[in-house]
Design a protein around this ligand. Structure first.
Ligand code: HEC
Length: 134
């Protein structure tokens, strides 16, 4: 027998469907908001040098030297204070290098160890070193 319009079961199903749609919409909005805020939190170029300095001193000075100057002309380590070296690198280059490391060069990949925001802070700090020494 076909279901008549207005039959109680059908009305209940429709109400449920509406509830589910609302719940999905709320979930999507929530996910979007979180996504947007996370993005702006770790946006390219949004790092601060002061915050980066602390992360650098904790993780990087062992190899890159106290002031990021490397270990002299004969070492393979870049001199972050040399504007000529750093001019050819975009912020994204520096960020990617920190994230992925050097693959066999001795430069570790920090992607899983240092969060995205702090990696941008490191970029800002490294930038500040060569700008200051122009
Ligand atoms: C175990 C030693 C070691 C540590 C620790 C280390 N690095 Fe490096 N890093 C290297 C070496 C070696 C190179 C040069 C070879 C290369 O570019 O892969 C390098 C290169 C780089 C470069 C590329 C510079 C260019 O020439 O463009 C960046 C940027 C960098 N390191 C940032 C960092 C930051 C930030 C940290 C701390 C979170 C860090 N490194 C910690 C060894 C290290």
């Amino acid at each position: 027998m076909p279901v008549r319009f207005g039959e109680p079961r059908l009305i209940k199903n429709r109400r449920n469907a509406k509830r589910i749609r609302t719940a999905v919409a709320v979930a999507v909005l929530f996910a979007l908001t979180v996504f947007i805020f996370r993005r702006s939190d770790a946006a390219e170029g949004a790092g601060t040098a002061e915050a980066g300095k602390a992360v650098f001193e904790k993780n990087c000075v062992g190899c890159h030297g106290k002031n990021g100057e490397g270990l002299g002309p004969k070492s393979k380590l870049p001199n972050f204070k040399n504007p000529a070296t750093m001019k050819s690198r975009s912020d994204k280059d520096v960020f990617d290098k920190i994230t992925n490391g050097g693959k066999g060069t001795g430069m570790p990949a920090w992607g899983s160890l240092i969060n995205e925001k702090d990696r941008w802070n490191l970029v800002a700090y490294i930038r500040s070193l060569s700008y200051r020494n122009k």
